[in-house]
Design a binder for this molecule. Sequence first.
Ligand SMILES: Nc1ncnc2c1ncn2[C@@H]1O[C@H](COP(=O)(O)OP(=O)(O)O)[C@@H](O)[C@H]1O
Ligand SMILES: [Mg+2]
Length: 465
Amino acid sequence: MSDAALDVVEFVLTTSVYSDDRTLDENDLPPSYRRVFWTGGSDESEDDDDDSRTRGGITRPLSATNTTARQATDVDRPWEAVSGLMFTDRDEFSGTITFTEEGMAEQWYLDRTDDERLLENPTLAKHFAEHDEYDVDVSHEAARERNRPIQADRVWIDGLLEEYFDEEDDEEMLDLVDVRAPEEVDVTLDDLVLTAGQEAEIDKIAKAIEHRDYLAEIGLREIGKLLFVGPPGTGKTSTAQALAQDMDLPFVEVKLSMITSQYLGETAKNVDKTFEVAKRLSPCILFIDEFDFVAKTRRSDEHAALKRAVNTLLKSIDNISLIQDDVLLIGATNHPDQLDAAAWRRFDEIVNFPKPDYNMRADILRVITRQMRIDEFDPELIADATEGMTGSDLRMVLREAVLEALTEDRTMLTQEDLLNAVEEFEERDNLKNMDMIDGDHDALVAGGDVDGSGDDHGHDHDHDH
Ligand SMILES: Nc1ncnc2c1ncn2[C@@H]1O[C@H](COP(=O)(O)OP(=O)(O)O)[C@@H](O)[C@H]1O
Ligand SMILES: [Mg+2]
């Protein structure tokens, strides 16, 4: 019997138990199930209830059809997968898959599952734990603890954003904050080569999150605000995202440079709202990139409203806490020299992101080429030839090599390709530096440089999607 049948039986069983047991709520459903049954206040909702402006939810009964089963389990033909079983039936008219003998279905399922799998499904964990005739070793609480809270689901996040920001705010908000569900973050810690110091900081923060009740008890509240410091392209953004992915937390990103005079009237308010959203999404990671913007704004004689927005931000940072609000704050800056004391003292840990040394470069090369085929690949040799380059630079080198090879219709790279790409990259780098020295910005315009700010951010425009 295939896994497909097991997946579908589990799904049908879950819809049935959930429909009957009114004490269960959305956090008892695995994320892939509740995504299917979530009806938001959005246009996607299928049945228009009277209270259409509520933020949505899951309405009983849950119906297991070919469509819902496919969406939830990824099984192509759900009915075909289970139609051969003695206890399954399908309503010709509605297409609903049901069990003729619930007890038989339960036993069939239990015979083929294990505790690990049951723990992934709080609805069934509760059901089987409650019935003494089934001898299972899992508790409802343990399964719920394990299950990702609905606050981390995309559908829930969208509903929340809709509630907080009306249409008119949308444009600015979309520029200013970006909220990603953990399932939408594709960077993992495995993809990143970290220094020992960075790893130690990550361990520390993971422990702090795990034991936050204890920390609250002993009155340790000044914890959970990290500042990532280092040149562009050294992995600050990726590491913050990977943490969100690793801990299964929503990732709320604030882009400070998007606080521009364009929408000043609303900005302070929106900064406030952003922190509110973060609290409502908690536990989550709030990532504030380009933190040097704060200090720069306070120093210069900017528009008063802009200063107000930045002061609102600093106040909001003071008022948010990992221990009380379950929000882990991570700031990042490429220009630590521009931070003032007011900005520094708001962070309790500083994490250094240096340019990678020889060994790290070799490791980064190994990581980013994992899926590539390279003849006579010698990462050490490339590491030797790429002194001073960041992880982002190395990615660009590899991209260049791949594209070059493709122009010769090759998907198999050679070490030679990589060395050529390194050379190419360095030439480009030299060109760029020349332009800086001459201050000849006309040359940059013709080259299509998109950075209108004139800041020398180097390779700061590597958007990794
Ligand atoms: N230490 C590293 N290990 C693996 N990849 C890295 C590392 N540093 C940077 N990169 C890669 O370079 C790209 C840019 O990194 P990013 O996190 O945006 O840097 P930053 O935020 O510091 O400017 C990403 O695709 C990332 O995967
Ligand atoms: Mg970044």
